[in-house]
Design a protein around this ligand. Sequence first.
Ligand SMILES: *Cc1c(COP(=O)(O)O)cnc(C)c1O
Length: 351
Amino acid sequence: MLFDDYQAPSPCRLRLDGGALVRNYEKLSSFSGGETGAAVKANGYGLGAREVVERLSAAGCEDFFVAHWGEAAQIADLVDPQNISVLSGIQEGDMEFAVGLGAKPVLNSPLQVKRWRHMGGGLCDVMLNTGMNRLGISEHELEPGLLDGLDIDILMSHLASADEDTLQNEEQLELFMEMNEQITARRLSLANSAGIMLGEEWHFDLTRPGLALYGGIACEDLQGEIEQVAFPEAQVLQRSIIQEGDLVGYNATFTADRTMQTAVISIGYADGYLRAFSEKGSAIWQGIRLPVLGRVSMDMVILDVSDAEDLNEGDWVAMDYEPLSASQLSGLSQYELLTGLSDRFQRIWHD
Ligand SMILES: *Cc1c(COP(=O)(O)O)cnc(C)c1O
């Protein structure tokens, strides 16, 4: 490729606080008591799986959970592949790749158990369905002998509503304990980020936080405990003056009611800054709040910069993207806000 010795300048960047990531891990780990793994699927929730895995490994994290086999391959040189769990399970077409890579499938159905056994087995994980009815082996499928002789590392289940105060959490816990009595595994695991805060009974040998590692406030009890990790920033492309009555952006959803100063910045819905922030979101520059005017475009957002006289073309503004408040403002989940961050961002880690 032409110019491949150079990194093209990017007008949007994601500032990533590696220190905050590690402090969030340590905090969740102290709440968990026992071992604490990390969900790093979807490119480490949008932050960059390799950087996340390197930092968490250095902080003592040993178990990593991904969704796809390709995601396991992306980090397989950084950790022992036998400490990577592939949550999507194993289909016929995955077998060769899986065996070659050496990561663990999370067996989700009796058919997957049979398939894995047929291939000679090897270390694996197993998912039980305790009430979410997404992936996992259900109670009625757990026939005597189904899992006998399998070398199961992590026997797990997943909580559907850990972020809520609901009876479902107790029900899933009880069913998990009942089902795992008949199964031999090295370790048991039930809790995601919010599940950690439900209490000790939910912790078992290993917890599996994702969202909270990356700064998401997964439940009320984590407020004040978790630090923001990802900070999207965008460069000012142009600054203008508009007059009373002038229309702004696609479909002219904003009309100036006075003379205003505007700035176009380089971030848009193709970067994961979705149209839910139209007329609602804001950026910050030197402590000054700069509201979004009109609709978010694919690559750009128009800001009211009337209060920021010294802001110029080429300057960088920080988007207001604190996960919990941005979620409340936009109606998007904190998960969507993070995992949607595009690969157009230059990701810049600091400690
Ligand atoms: C994504 C995922 C997690 C992490 O959940 P968070 O809510 O992000 O903490 C844990 N376990 C499984 C099975 C998952 O799919």
